[in-house]
Design a protein around this ligand. Structure first.
Ligand SMILES: [Fe+2]
Length: 305
């Protein structure tokens, strides 16, 4: 197929529709379903078909139940409206299409309101394995099945509440430099914790370790590597470690943390907020991830009710 015909459609980093939405400053957008090319649909089919047997083997039971409850079509990219029809009655969560990066506070605040900002583009058909950006397969097949679980959904809402607490504390700090230093540290801590749990978490199960992190659930190679590779460090999660530990996004994760259950995960988010209030998140270890200007601004200008 000629390259120019492949690049039409809603391919990650190549879509005119997304480029125009960003240029117009539109973060929340529609999902123009007719723009998906046959090549885009084929990419979804291939990704789903490859992952399916690996989910059966490596994914935790809540995820497998979620896949069944969402009734995702293995052959077609899902319409967000259809996903919401199955998802909302279960936990009140819904997906909402976005044009790209969502600044930290806006993202967490969406979770608080049970909305999941969802990427609608899909990776290129010749790059099934790795892409640094999220795409609709990562967001819908990797994240959303978890949102059908009540305890998991409550944990996400709790995350959003923590972001509010952080913004409130920041608003009470007098000097602008001190405020930015505080927010940089607290956003880093929250991003790290989110990464080591929601994106790359492992959970103990009666039949061994299972995956619940969406970054793993949407990666054909890494889902197996996370459970099987002898060199991966897998340790029971400790909050103090997770918030002070940097991570890099451009290779398989060498270090993964294990929770016992979603109740356990929820209690860790409580603990995170407690530490935030006590000032323990004000000076976490420097290093990855970088905190961007837009992330800081989103907290500084947060509307708090
Ligand atoms: Fe993600």
């Amino acid at each position: 197929m000629h390259r120019s015909s492949v690049s039409s459609g809603l391919t990650t980093t190549e879509s005119n529709f997304i480029g125009e939405a960003k240029q117009a400053g539109q973060l929340f957008i529609d999902q123009p379903y007719d723009l998906y090319s046959e090549d885009n649909q084929e990419t979804w089919r291939k990704l789903y078909a490859r992952l399916r047997p690996r989910w059966d083997r490596y994914a935790n039971g809540h995820f497998l139940k979620g896949i069944r409850n969402l009734a995702l079509d293995p052959d077609r990219i899902p319409r967000l409206g259809e996903v919401n029809r199955f998802l909302s009655p279960l936990t009140g969560f819904q997906t909402r299409a976005v044009s790209g990066y969502v600044p930290a506070f806006v993202f967490f605040d969406c979770l608080r309101k049970r909305t999941f900002p969802t990427t609608i583009t899909i990776r290129r058909s010749d790059r099934l394995d790795y892409l640094p950006e999220p795409d609709i397969f990562h967001d819908i097949a990797g994240h959303v099945p978890m949102h059908t679980d009540k305890n998991f959904a409550e944990t996400l809402v709790r995350f959003g509440e923590c972001a509010h607490t952080a913004a409130q504390i920041a608003a009470g700090i007098r000097g602008p430099d001190t405020r930015v230093h505080y927010l940089t540290s607290v956003i880093k801590a929250m991003a790290r914790f989110f990464w080591f749990t929601i994106e790359f978490g492992l959970m103990r199960a009666t039949d061994g370790l299972k995956v619940y992190g969406s970054g793993l659930l949407s990666s054909y190679g890494e889902i197996a590597h996370a459970i099987e590779a002898p060199e991966v460090q897998r340790y029971p999660i400790q909050l103090e470690w997770a918030i002070n530990q940097g991570f890099e996004i451009n290779h398989y994760q060498p270090l993964l943390f294990i929770v016992d259950s979603f109740d356990h995960l929820f209690s860790l988010v409580d603990q995170l907020e407690g530490w935030m209030k006590a000032g323990k998140l004000s000076n976490v270890a420097p290093g990855e991830p970088a905190v961007y200007e837009d992330d800081l601004k989103s907290f500084l200008h947060a509307e708090l009710e």
